[in-house]
Design a protein around this ligand. Structure first.
Ligand code: ZN
Length: 97
């Protein structure tokens, strides 16, 4: 599931009551959790409670929206599936289903 702001288009895999960019409460959900990783950044300064380092990936969801998710590896260029804000590379077996 991705959550997109009606007002400014900000999209995220994380559900929020308000858009973190513009403050709008008009957030709508899109039932998609697959996309292609456009870019990944390795983060070494992470919030408390998270791993010491992880990758932040920008995912394009079927051309509809871009959203960020976390991963433990760089997934750039790969088709990925999101679950609870974490992205996983789709296996060939899963892609055939
Ligand atoms: Zn917004």
């Amino acid at each position: 599931m991705i959550y997109s702001c009606k007002n400014c288009g900000y999209s995220s895999f994380v559900s929020r009551a308000r858009c973190p960019r513009c403050g709008s409460t008009e957030i709508y959900a899109i039932a998609e959790n697959e996309g292609r990783a456009l870019l990944c950044w390795k983060l070494t300064a992470t919030p408390e409670g998270f791993e010491d380092s992880y990758y932040l990936c920008l995912i394009n969801i079927n051309g509809k929206a871009n959203a960020f998710c976390r991963s433990n590896e760089s997934l750039e260029g790969d088709v990925v599936e999101e679950n609870n804000g974490i992205c996983y590379r789709k296996t060939k077996e899963a892609a055939n289903n």
